[in-house]
Design a protein around this ligand. Structure first.
Ligand SMILES: C[S@@+](CC[C@H](N)C(=O)[O-])C[C@H]1O[C@@H](n2cnc3c(N)ncnc32)[C@H](O)[C@@H]1O
Length: 292
């Protein structure tokens, strides 16, 4: 069978089995291509020769991985061990959420036009999970030192492995603890967070693939905004005067617009997908909070 037909057959099988795609792909054809290329040992970031012949042994490997995806209902990244974010490969497993934040698009665009000076000296990634945002910040802003915090020791174990994989020990510092508490008293030019933001209603309805991820990474109280409320309340004392806060709240955007109507948040038009990312600078945040 040709590689193209193996991928098409696999996509049809994933579709028929009703798997959920939302962890790096948004359709069964891409999900099938990712898994089949992995099973065949082909690089995921180079266009393959779709006409190439796939022998019986490789076909069995590919079909086996597709059936494992269906039976276990876990994200493809947990089966392949790798996820891609901001153009970089990261180790991915059940210790942390699969990287998929639309914040990648902002990093690649220098947070322009919201960040006055793209020469970021110090950045903080709150709720870093496996470290993909912190590491991508360090790659992108080459003189920047990045601190990153997370409450989960398991996620930080994975982040430590990813920092080593990227050779960024010394430029990405990982801290275990609740939000800002491990870095109290420090000031940052840029604070970025993809915190848990799923509301209780959505959490109860999530497809199985999300249940394979650590629960601590998803839910954030009844309206999904418990953590974001605390980030907004504490951020001014951790930002430099010219600093910028960037937070993702995803599908909780409408609730956040209502809950934080007294803050001049700027909601970003994302061109590569995703929703619910706001920015606010230190001066505006402080002024709005003083006024109340
Ligand atoms: C949505 S995941 C994001 C992970 C990563 N930043 C990414 O984009 O892939 C949220 C992360 O927040 C962490 N977390 C939850 N509550 C926290 C808290 N109070 N303080 C610090 N981290 C927390 C979870 O362990 C999880 O790793």
């Amino acid at each position: 069978m040709s590689l193209e037909n193996v991928i098409r057959e696999s996509a049809a099988r994933l579709d028929e089995a009703g798997v959920w795609c939302g962890h790096g792909t948004d359709n069964v054809l891409d999900e099938a291509a990712w898994l089949v290329l992995h099973a065949l040992g082909l690089p995921p970031d180079q266009a393959p020769d779709y006409a190439q012949w796939v022998g019986q042994r490789e076909l069995a490997l590919a079909r086996g991985l597709i059936e494992e995806r269906i039976a276990k209902r876990v994200p493809a990244a947990y089966l392949t061990g790798t996820a891609w974010f901001c153009g970089h490969a990261f180790k991915s497993d059940a210790r942390a959420l699969v990287p998929r934040s639309p914040l990648a698009e902002l990093i690649q665009a220098d947070f322009s036009p919201w960040l006055d000076d793209p020469r970021v000296g110090r950045a903080l990634d709150l709720c870093t999970g496996g470290g993909c945002i912190a590491i991508s910040l360090a790659h992108h802003f080459e003189h920047c030192v990045v601190d990153a915090t997370d409450l989960s020791p398991e996620a930080l174990e994975l982040a430590t492995e990813n920092v080593a994989l990227h050779g960024l020990q010394g430029r990405v510092n990982l801290f275990e603890g609740d939000l800002f508490s491990p870095v109290k008293g420090q000031r940052y030019d840029l604070i970025v967070s993809n915190p848990p933001y799923v509301n209780a209603g959505d959490l109860a309805l999530m497809p199985d693939e999300y249940l394979a991820e650590p629960a601590m990474g998803l839910g954030s109280g009844q309206d999904g905004l418990d953590i974001t409320r605390r980030i907004l309340a504490q951020a001014t004392s951790q930002l430099t005067p010219e600093g910028l806060l960037v937070v993702e709240v995803g599908a909780s955007m409408a609730d956040a617009e209502a809950a934080f109507a007294d803050l001049p948040l700027t909601w970003i038009d994302l061109s590569l997908g995703g929703e619910g990312v706001f920015v606010i600078n230190a001066a505006d945040l402080e002024a709005a909070q003083h006024a109340h």
